[in-house]
Design a binder for this molecule. Structure first.
Ligand code: GUN
Length: 292
């Protein structure tokens, strides 16, 4: 059994990007830039956005974090996004989700120009992904595929079962792995809360991707020997004795499932760090493709 080290791979990607950005700097050109917008004070969102800004600065990108109160008007947010759409110093725009209830998430996602849609949430990006055209890909699914690539895990013709059908992970990873392309070409099943017997599906998986947000949902008796397990769950469990006041648990019962796995991602240190690394990669690629 091999534990997939997402932290290490994410660091590799960041070093590769830093080397590219150092070259850009040496040539005297302007560097790539990412604008992150946070509305409200959701503690998980706050810590994600902080992590993203720090990672940008480490690789030498320009990073701006816009923090706005929870009662920000939808119109003001749309205007702010439009100003970044026009701003040539920024190549990626990220609006941290979830947004406060009075703001229409779909409108906000569609307000970001597809050329700066580094989250890959815009319907144009999603549509291009589905039909196999180049597009920004949502960062967590892109990070999962990158882990499979860098660990040289065969995906062609393998039965890849996805638990969860969210727009951020389940649906895009299914679409990425379904493509008739290198490092994909899998037989994909998407399983969700309406399944009468989830085990029926998980037991067939050569590669199992759990993205449901339910702590330790996948048990040892739900998988076959030799399975590759990718755990996307980041569930915060209250723990007053720890300094943070919580600890993180995945969607997979690691101790049980690891015994039967050929490869497995831990939580934390698996998929999580990859999301930020892919966000930086998307921003860099946006800069290369759509200009300084
Ligand atoms: N909320 C949870 N995951 C994400 C993500 O990948 N991007 C954004 N913008 N918001 C999120």
């Amino acid at each position: 059994m091999i534990i997939i080290d997402g932290k290490k791979i994410a660091q590799e990607i960041r070093s590769e990007l830093k080397a590219e950005i150092d070259k850009i700097k040496l040539s005297g050109k302007d560097v790539p830039g990412l604008a992150a917008i946070l509305v409200g004070d959701n503690p998980a969102s706050e810590s994600y956005v902080k992590g993203k800004a720090k990672a940008c600065e480490e690789v030498g990108m320009r990073a701006v974090t816009e923090r706005h109160p929870a009662d920000m008007k939808e119109g003001s947010l749309l205007e702010l996004i439009e100003s970044y759409n026009q701003n040539k110093k920024f190549h990626g725009i990220l609006v941290q989700l979830p947004l406060p209830k009075h703001i229409d998430e779909d409108k906000v996602i569609e307000a970001v120009t597809p050329k700066k849609d580094v989250d890959g949430f815009h319907p144009v990006s999603v549509g291009n992904l589905v039909i196999g055209k180049p597009a920004f890909r949502s960062c967590t699914p892109a990070g999962i595929q990158e882990l499979l690539i860098r660990y040289k895990i065969e995906t062609k013709g393998k039965h890849l079962v996805v638990l969860g059908r969210s727009n951020i992970v389940g649906k895009p990873i299914a679409n990425i792995m379904l493509q008739k392309k290198e490092f994909a070409n899998s037989i994909v099943t998407v399983c969700h809360s309406a399944a009468p017997d989830v085990s029926y599906f998980t037991k067939q998986a050569d590669i199992l991707i759990a993205a449901i947000g339910s702590p330790k949902f996948v048990k040892g008796n739900m998988v076959k020997e030799g399975v590759v397990v990718i755990d996307v769950g980041i569930n915060r469990m209250e723990d007053k004795s720890s300094t943070k006041g919580y600890y993180l648990i995945g969607d997979v019962d690691f101790d049980e499932v690891a015994k039967k796995s050929s490869y497995i991602t831990p939580v934390p240190g698996g998929v999580g760090p990859m999301t930020v690394a892919m966000l930086l990669k998307n921003t860099y690629e946006g800069y290369i493709k759509y200009g300084e």
